[in-house]
Ligand binder design. Structure first.
Ligand code: C5P
Length: 238
């Protein structure tokens, strides 16, 4: 099992709120995700601060633009010292390939993952923008495009993890949101999976927000998830 498969989504509107949560955590036990809301409010300075505190940071800005612009944005993100960044696979092969090239091959380069089809999109939304086939077909097609252009993996629903691992191999990383421990509220997530089930399905990293950030004791919630994952991996070895 990867060390620290849990990535905590810091979905906050300002740096102080994010740092108040982070102070209760431990960089040896989790990674952090900074998305568009927090990044727009608090900027690269907060990202650099989190990196300095010892956290592996996933900068979830889902770049999607002309290839040169995306490549330069990826380079700027890498210079912040983050562990993972992402782009939209819908930007096309040329965009994916130059984004990957911009990161170079140093062992400490950030991982580059792609969003395939947003999980908010079903067949109706796909038809609106001219995409054919089922969401599952689009996810697989876009994940393959990411893989052939050298990306390290994709962000996907845990429901798609088994198919993607079978088709794309075990070293292609799968990052899955929509994770809910059995005892937590689904909120606005629809097709959720427990941490253990997601790992068994092939997820490498689990993005978890509210079940930890809204918990009365976030560290305790994280430790309970880690324990569930440990119990599961012990089960896998039997
Ligand atoms: O609080 P919760 O666990 O639902 O947070 C999930 C995080 O993963 C949020 O930051 C959300 O934006 C992100 N995400 C998601 N579904 C996707 C892609 C990202 O929930 N398909």
């Amino acid at each position: 099992m990867d060390k620290n498969p849990v990535i905590i989504a810091l979905d906050y509107g300002d740096a102080d709120a994010a740092l108040a949560l982070v102070k209760q955590l431990d960089p040896g036990l989790c990674r952090l995700k900074v998305g568009k809301q927090l990044f727009t409010a608090a900027g690269p300075r907060l990202v650099a601060q989190l990196v300095k505190l010892g956290y592996a940071v996933f900068l979830d800005l889902k770049f999607h633009d002309i290839p040169t612009t995306v490549a330069l944005a990826c380079r700027a993100a890498a210079d912040l010292g983050v562990w993972m960044i992402n782009v939209h696979a819908l930007g096309g092969g040329a965009m994916l390939s130059v984004a990957r090239a911009a990161l170079g091959d140093a062992p400490d380069r950030p991982l580059l993952t792609a969003v395939t089809l947003l999980t908010s999109m079903g067949e109706t939304e796909m038809r609106e923008i001219g995409l054919q086939g089922t969401p599952e077909e689009a996810v697989l097609r876009l994940a393959r495009l990411a893989q052939v252009n050298g990306l390290d993996g994709v962000v996907c629903s845990a429901q798609e993890a088994a198919l993607l691992k079978a088709e794309l191999g075990t070293s292609f990383r799968l990052v899955t949101p929509g994770i809910r421990p059995a005892d937590s509220a689904p909120g606005d997530q629809h097709r959720t999976m427990t941490p253990g089930a997601a790992r068994l399905a092939g997820a490498d990293f689990l993005v978890i927000g509210r079940p930890i950030t809204h918990a009365a004791d976030p560290m305790r919630a994280l430790l309970a998830i880690e324990q569930e994952l440990l119990n599961n991996s012990a089960g896998e070895k039997l």
